[in-house]
Design a protein around this ligand. Structure first.
Ligand code: AMP
Length: 591
């Protein structure tokens, strides 16, 4: 059976891990890196690039490059490229396909099963979209788990003493804080909070804005209007930020960034760590609220924390670490790699689900994982009130039921409006689904008994059903929020992905055939020039004819348009020339 891989599908970078000899190891990319940029690009000649290749060309192809797609998961966002519409699930699936491919190359085996991580604050729709992306990529997603839970899993493997731990995860686009209890072979999430629009990307934007301001002041040129220049500035901003994690100041140099009166203008600036700290102070401060609310939801004081774990690349910023120290009064642990621990935890869980239980925390017991709902779940009742059925931070999987009645006399239908969020009024929460239970027996208001049940599986995915206890009639839903993909759309996306994979391999074959044919032509022409005199007229004529035939076909060759029939024609013409030119090539000393 093939191995279950653990995937940290990040906003900025993604990471894959798999268990080898009982230990989680990181799957390297084709070029040996340990994380893959979560970037997808479409080149002008119809090629699709993912990861490093996509990231490298982002500057020169900004309109056709997609970054941070995770921010759009579960929304109606889409991008239109060459007349085709792509949803976040489809773009994410392309990243997952690349990760799957890298894992297959690393393991030398096919990979079909995965555990994928999501921020703890992801709602049901976002989780479902992530699962759908996995399916489109040809992966059976065995579990969706929260990133902090996953990090704690990788931690729990090495550190067993029972304790409560805070996981402070500041990545590229999301911030999560969780309070986790690590016990004897059990890791339980006590509370989670966060902000899914806060991360290192925002730090980069602050530096970018600063550069643009300074440049405008000095040269009176607005770089924000020049898309290509802006991309270069954004890349330089991220680089500068990373350098400031280990140096007190950094030099930002971008030659030929702009033009003024025909003269090239270069950018050359210095940014100090303290200037950078000022630029991002309020962003870092924004992590304080979720930290306090996670602690209070877990019912503990910071002083009761055994450890504070730092997760996500942005926790490398010294000012972030200072903030964590100030908020918790603890020295954060840094003996887990902030970029890799989430994927490793997912691999550990994957292996456990496969039945190959790893001894947790050195106790020799099987690993048990208790996850929680990130937000409360309610239904709308009389007066637009959100009546809670499931409190946030309830342990999963779980099932809750409650009996409701009708509000109006002789009401025959009730609408079940399912909400997610913490606000008391329905309209302030997020609608995750709506359905009707019909055919209730005519009765005065308050008499019918309608039992509403919320079932949440281990992935945090919700199913809601309503049952008329009088007639036994029952109605349940697959959640039908507009921004969730329909079954038909998923099927279509799977077909597209498969078709794309087929197209990709056909393109590779076509490129190979084209280059073999070109090389045969070149060799034949060279041989004709040098040894042609030794041939009789008829033979020479035949070779020239075959060369022309092949050349004609190759002139029409377009890798993004080539069909099976075109390839067959090229193959035949190539074969024909190979036969007719064999002698002259041999005479010239060419095989
Ligand atoms: P993650 O989502 O965990 O991969 O985190 C990615 C974010 O971490 C990006 O915004 C990176 O720019 C940021 N990051 C990575 N390395 C560093 C570093 N050495 N210093 C500051 N930020 C970093």
């Amino acid at each position: 059976m093939s191995k279950v891989i653990g995937i940290d599908l990040g906003t900025t970078n993604s990471c894959v891990s798999v268990i080898e000899n009982g230990e989680p190891v990181i799957v390297p990319t084709g070029s040996g890196n340990r994380t893959t940029p979560s970037v997808v690009a479409f080149t002008k000649n119809g090629e699709r690039l993912v990861g490093e290749a996509a990231s490298r060309q982002a500057v020169t192809n900004p309109e056709r490059t997609i970054t941070s797609v995770k921010r759009h998961m579960g929304t109606e966002w889409s991008v239109r490229i060459d007349g085709k519409e792509y949803k976040p699930q489809t773009i994410s699936a392309m990243i997952l396909m690349q990760l799957k491919k890298d894992a297959e190359a690393f393991l030398g085996d096919t990979v079909t099963e995965a555990v994928i991580t999501v921020p703890a604050y992801f709602n049901d729709i976002q989780r479902q979209a992530t699962k759908d992306a996995g399916r489109i990529a040809g992966l059976n997603v065995k579990r969706i788990i929260n990133e902090p839970t996953s990090a704690a899993l990788s931690y729990g493997l090495n550190h067993g003493e029972p304790q409560k731990v805070m996981v402070y995860d500041l990545g590229g686009g999301t911030f999560d804080v969780s309070i986790i209890e690590i016990g004897e072979g059990v890791i339980e999430v006590l509370a989670t909070a966060g902000d899914n629009h806060l991360g290192g990307d925002d730090f980069d934007s602050r530096i970018t804005d600063w550069i643009i301001r300074e440049f405008k002041r000095e040269h009176r040129i607005d770089l924000s209007r020049d898309f290509a220049a802006l991309q270069r500035v954004q890349e330089a901003a991220e680089q500068a930020k990373k350098e400031l994690s280990s140096s007190e100041s950094t030099h930002i140099v971008l030659p030929y960034l702009a033009n003024s009166k025909g003269e090239a203008i270069h950018l050359d600036m210095t940014l100090s760590r303290s200037q950078f700290n000022d630029l991002v102070k309020d962003l870092i401060e924004r992590t304080a609220g979720p930290v306090q609310s996670a602690l209070s939801d877990a019912g503990i004081a910071a002083s009761e924390l055994g450890r504070v774990l730092l997760v996500g690349g942005s926790t490398r910023v010294p000012a972030v670490q200072d903030k964590v120290r100030a908020l918790t009064g603890k020295e954060p642990s840094r003996n887990i790699n902030p970029d890799e621990c989430v994927a490793k935890g997912a691999a550990i869980l994957g292996s456990t689900l496969e039945g190959k239980a790893l001894p947790a925390a050195g106790t020799g017991q099987d690993l048990l994982l208790l996850d929680v709902t990130p937000l409360s779940l309610s239904i709308e009742t009389v007066g637009g009130v959100a009546t809670r059925l499931v409190e946030r931070n309830s342990t999963l999987p779980t099932r809750y039921s409650r009996v409701f009645s009708t509000a109006a006399p002789y009401q025959r239908d009730v609408e079940i409006h399912v909400l997610q969020g913490e606000r008391p009024m329905a309209k302030d929460n997020k609608t995750v689904g709506k359905f009707k239970l019909k055919g209730i027996r005519r009765a005065p208001a308050g008499v019918p008994q309608i039992e509403v049940t919320f079932d949440i599986d281990a992935n945090g995915i919700l199913k809601v059903s309503a049952k008329d206890l009088d007639t036994g009639k029952e109605q349940s839903i697959t959640i039908t929020a507009d921004d969730r993909m329909s079954e038909a759309e998923i099927e279509q996306a799977i077909r597209d992905a498969q078709q794309y994979a087929g197209q990709d391999s056909m393109r590779r074959d076509a490129m190979e055939l084209n280059s073999e044919a070109q090389s045969l032509l070149a060799k034949t022409q060279q041989a004709l020039k040098n040894a042609g005199k030794q041939l009789d007229k008829a033979e020479k004529k035949q070779i020239k004819h075959d060369c022309n035939a092949l050349q004609k076909l190759l002139m029409k060759f377009r890798v993004d348009k080539v069909s099976e029939a075109d390839m067959e024609n090229i193959r035949n013409a190539k074969q024909q020339l190979e036969n007719s030119s064999a002698r002259v090539r041999e005479l010239y000393g060419e095989k």
